[in-house]
Design a protein around this ligand. Sequence first.
Ligand code: F6R
Length: 369
Amino acid sequence: VKGGYATFMDKEIHEQPTAVADTLRGRVDERGELVLDEMRIDPAVLRRVDKIIVIACGTAAYAGHVAKYAIEHWCRIPVEVELAHEFRYRDPVVSEKTLTVAISQSGETMDTIQAVRHAREQGSKVLAIVNTYGSTIAREADAVLYTHAGPEVAVASTKAFLAQITACYLLGLYLAQLRGNKWPDEVADYLTDLGRMPDKIQQVLDTQAETVQALGAELADRPSFLFLGRHVGFPVALEGALKLKELAYVHAEGFAAGELKHGPIALIEEGLPVFVIVPTPRRPVLHDKVIANIQEIRARGARTIVIAEEGDEAVAPFADDVIRVPATPTLMWPLLTVVPLQVFAAALATAKGLDVDQPRNLAKSVTVE
Ligand code: F6R
């Protein structure tokens, strides 16, 4: 069942190129145009949408957080990302002009189900991005865009996360085209970028996994880790920290790199391992600021583990360890940079002798509020 892998998580990490490819399959036609037959929400309603609220929990919420950057950029629609349990029990501003996007691997997360019901009661259309066919959220939503990640068995989500980002991007491009923010040829360019991701993810697995696994084993006795990212790297940092908490039971925190000097830099001490996700040097405004952050933490003794684009030599003087990923447009970056963080968390947990597929105190789907 584990297809030759030691754990389901390992198997699912390696299935990520397929999960992304399968989520794209059938949705891009031979002319490179987007076809989303499952968008069963009246186009007239979608044209009027003035706000998108993403509701989700845990890793699925981080996928929404990534999607916010893309959808706002492509569609010029404000996107709010809400933890489903927080959304439900305050008094959120939702109307007929709100599109609610519920993201869930299982489709059975009670917090998310309750939030879906609440949004629909307020007159919002709900689009579900779900991995499990026929699940409660899929049935209750107005339309479903399935992530075709295949069954995810390990408790910690990996391939579902990449598939969720992919599906969110398809939604964003669909809306951008429908609302006239982007022409079909521009959309086709982004679809081409997305279509290249499975091979690039494979390349990360082929070239970096071993180094990252060794690092996981080496750092298995450390009590605390930080993760820094900027722009789409920020939710990746949050996800990297979550993976480590749930699998290895160690303290791990993700921060927006720009937030460092507003508090977290006080945590930096000699030898503290800090992962930093460095944006492409082709976006110097983002890149150079993160390089400055690495310098700051390195000067205070942190062990800097840097995830950077191939050929980005600016990181070298300040990085104790460098993990290389292929060059890719900024918005596609999370699909590559999260992979080494998943591998790291699994390796560190394995080195500690822990059950990677079934971490303590957790269930695969959280069916109680
Ligand atoms: C993290 C993880 C959880 C889930 C969250 C939502 O690895 O698995 O944080 O992402 O419980 O679950 P779904 O997507 O099933 O609604």
